[in-house]
Design a protein around this ligand. Structure first.
Ligand SMILES: Cc1cc2nc3c(=O)[nH]c(=O)nc-3n(C[C@H](O)[C@H](O)[C@H](O)COP(=O)(O)OP(=O)(O)OC[C@H]3O[C@@H](n4cnc5c(N)ncnc54)[C@H](O)[C@@H]3O)c2cc1C
Length: 473
């Protein structure tokens, strides 16, 4: 079978080998220094493509936020440009911050005294993924990083390396799960591909008053549901003018045939715990055809547009909780969204969460229940109210002993919450060792945690700050 994108076009003026040849002679991208660049131009580079409008105020009006002010900014075009930036950081004793999509909720790429590498123009696109023709199995996708089979990087020591299971395996291990704590610049991912299967979907909308029965129903059915299904429950105002949130239970099937999709979705349709909403705004559907482009479009429409202020947090809930305990734990968040744009989400990870994860991958935190909230608002005056809501949801869960199993890095913000922030499983929180070998001087910014966000301790000792979270676990 063909891969999704078997032969991506090489970047202009370079063949694939240029990646390992920093001296290939391509024009260097300019590095803008804060001290010599007009403020508006510099700040426009610093905030370019940053999704969250709730971002550091780099003026002196809020002193602690001013500490997020970068030293320089660059949009590398080639590996040579990346090497030049890391080299400058070494010479000037600065740090490196990296931006690819700009979607981290806490704006991780805007960092004190750093050189910002904005990868927007890099080798023809962010990520520069090269697909491998090798195929995996068609169901139960698992974690995206399980499909990363190789990574090209530039290290703090200016090495240009290809990482794999057998080449610099410790750094490859960190590349698959360290998230923003990864101590190198990724310039290319090599991914294993899967066959693109047809997709069908059932959608059921329920009044929020039915939360308990709907959530319990989902927790009970997930372990024995077809592993070809993705099962999600979302709370959102649909439409935004409605006075209360609506629940949407989403069942997306990736099955080889309509018959297989029907056999996965029919038992669910036959076991609905209560009547779905009949509002014309709530288009329930059973085993309707869909596609990745349609799902991306729906996701995009559901996400708050860039321009909103956001704060996210999340938790994996313990597998030991009963369906009614899960429902009781989540009901306050699902039923009290702070604004009309905010959402809460429960994602069934079962049965994928019960698999043994590969040993050579740092990503290791999982449970049957992923729960996240996305507070979204428009005006600064609501910052405290929305922050308070997110804080309240998780303080409440933290106070319920045995409820939280850990957190997902990508939806976390370490400035606000570390409790319950167990990001890696037993025996896999050894990032400190990897950093000690590959980034002894703390050249890469790593996790943005409280002490850095508040301007404290940043320059006291470089190799402390990316390791705080692991140390506290
Ligand atoms: C609207 C929205 C929807 C989301 N939906 C999902 C979802 O469905 N599933 C999910 O898993 N997550 C989701 N997230 C979370 C998001 O995937 C993570 O925050 C992720 O880190 C964003 O990556 P980015 O490259 O866009 O962000 P950036 O802010 O550009 O990068 C985040 C960090 O990644 C590191 N990094 C980036 N590029 C490189 C590089 N080339 N080399 C080394 N390190 C690098 C840096 O530490 C950087 O600070 C969502 C976020 C938003 C805003």
């Amino acid at each position: 079978m063909p891969s999704l994108n078997p032969d991506p076009a090489p970047s202009a003026g370079a063949d694939s080998n240029d990646n390992n040849n920093p001296g290939s002679g391509i024009t260097a991208a300019p590095i803008l220094l804060r001290t010599t660049t007009p403020e508006a131009e510099f700040n426009s580079a610093v905030f370019s493509r940053v999704f969250n409008q709730r971002r550091p105020d780099l003026s002196f009006s809020i002193p602690w936020q001013h500490f997020r002010q970068p030293y320089a900014s660059c949009k590398p075009l080639t590996v040579s440009d990346v090497v030049a930036c890391v080299d400058l950081a070494r010479k000037e004793d600065k740090r490196i911050a990296i931006r690819s999509g700009g979607h981290s909720w806490a704006c991780w790429s805007i960092r004190y005294d750093s050189i910002l590498l904005d990868m927007v123009d890099f080798e023809g696109g962010v990520g520069s993924i090269r697909w491998e023709p090798e195929m995996g199995e068609g169901v139960n996708w698992g974690w995206a990083c399980e499909y990363v089979v190789g990574v090209d990087v530039v290290t703090a020591g200016l090495e240009v390396l290809h990482l794999s299971e057998t080449q610099d395996a410790d750094l490859f291990y960190a590349a698959r799960g360290a998230g923003p704590a990864f101590p190198a610049v990724v310039t290319r991912f090599y991914m294993k591909t899967l066959p693109l299967l047809p997709m069908w979907q059932s959608l059921y909308f329920f009044d929020i008053a039915h939360f308990k029965e709907v959530q319990e129903w989902l927790v009970k059915l997930s372990p024995t549901a077809s592993p070809t299904l993705e099962i999600v429950l979302v709370s959102a105002f649909i439409p935004q003018s409605s006075p209360t949130p609506t629940l949407t239970a989403v069942f997306t099937s990736f099955a080889p045939s309509h018959t297989a999709a029907l056999s996965a979705l029919t038992p669910i349709h036959d076991s609905l715990p209560c009547a779905p909403s009949t509002s014309p705004d709530h288009p329930n559907r059973f085993c309707a055809p869909t596609s990745l482009p349609e799902e991306y479009a729906a996701q995009l429409a559901g996400n708050a547009a860039p321009g909103f202020r956001t704060r996210s947090d999340n938790a994996y809930l313990s597998n030991d909780l009963s369906p009614s305990q899960i429902a009781a734990a989540l009901e306050p968040a699902f039923s009290t969204l702070p604004t009309k744009q905010s959402t809460a989400l429960w994602f069934s990870m079962n049965p994928t969460s019960r698999r043994q994860l590969p040993e050579n991958m740092m990503l290791s935190m999982q449970s049957d229940h992923y729960f996240s909230v996305y507070a979204v608002w428009e005006e600064e005056k609501d910052d405290e109210m929305c922050d308070g809501w997110v804080r309240g949801v998780f303080t409440n869960l933290e106070n319920q002993e045995g409820t939280l199993a850990g957190s997902y890095l990508g939806d976390a913000d370490f400035q606000f919450r570390k409790a319950g922030g167990k990001f890696w499983g037993e025996g896999r929180n050894n990032l400190r060792d990897v950093k000690a070998k590959w980034d002894r001087e703390g050249r890469f910014c790593g996790l943005l945690e409280g002490h850095e966000a508040f301007g404290e301790g940043i320059r006291l000792g470089r190799n402390i700050y990316a390791c705080e979270t692991e140390r506290e676990e």
